[in-house]
Design a protein around this ligand. Sequence first.
Ligand code: ATP
Length: 354
Amino acid sequence: MAEVEITGLEKTYPGGGRPAVRAVSATVADGELLVLLGPSGCGKTTLLRMIAGLESPDAGTIRIGGADITDRPPRERNLSMVFQSYAVFPHRTVAQNIGFGLAMRKAAKPEIESKVKWAAGLLRLEDLLDRYPAQLSGGQRQRVAVARAIVMEPDVLLMDEPLSNLDALLRLQFRAELKKLLSDLGTTCVYVTHDQVEALSLGERVAVMNEGEIVQAGAPLEVYDAPASVFVGGFLGSPPMNFLEAVLDGDGIVIEGQRIAAPPSWEPSGQVLVGVRAETITAETGTGEGALQATAEVVEPLGSATLITALVGGQRLKVQVPADFRIATGDRIRLRPRPDRMSLYDPRTGRVIS
Ligand code: ATP
């Protein structure tokens, strides 16, 4: 069992002022893939490096498979790390790069050969084993880095933005391959990214970080559909969740002087922010009753759908409509947010109310 259990982890760098990681607790189940997601500087890499043993925490404990490894050096943790920068050795062949860790462990030559062959097969590198990194594409180099990590059959695999140096198309392809590979191997994995699409697509669970803390953790779609705060809703999703300033009274929601129905469970709360995703709003052209009257300020055809930036009074929101929806800039439209997909936030704290 390679469950990772982190309790109360803290880290402030010398001269760093604010803590890079604050009171972080999390559990990654055996065989699970946890994605750490957050903006630049939120502490993702620091947290990962503490699990790896490359940084020592000021407080807190790290357990792997029940054993407290907080003070153990990296080589005694049986984990492998893949970095964004590949970090492959330029003067060694692909085979030597993949087998490097096994050779350091003084594994027998036939064992190294068979394991290198196994890992190279999984990452489609069989035909490149005699090449040097300079003779590889960026995508192939990153495959070598992943092969080198999995060949060690670690208890835990740590990945720090492993796809971010690849171009968009390659990233998309490798993402799906990596997902399949990690699920086939069943290795416990902690994966750091600031790319929210990657987090949604890869993670069995996503932990969203902000300013050194985990602010929400859960299944990707759970976090996407019901963000715990304005920060999470604004960070996760493309476009980000819309947040409309509104008043919630006994008769419904008032936005820019227009009234729409509120979900039955919502209690009158005065000034609120209504969170609504672009694809959960239905749009109709023309004017009429019982919907938000808006103007299409920008119309962006995306191929698979069309994104409208709509103006409701002085407030802007994004609305995603089917690609065949006929709309032009300046058109009047009516918007109906789906009541079961709206969330309610406190404008002072930014936290979810309902
Ligand atoms: P990114 O996505 O940009 O890599 P991150 O979320 O991984 O960011 P960290 O690299 O963990 O964030 O950094 C967290 C905070 O700690 C930042 O404010 C950063 O400036 C600071 N920090 C990171 N490494 C050091 C260091 N060696 N010395 C001092 N401060 C550091």
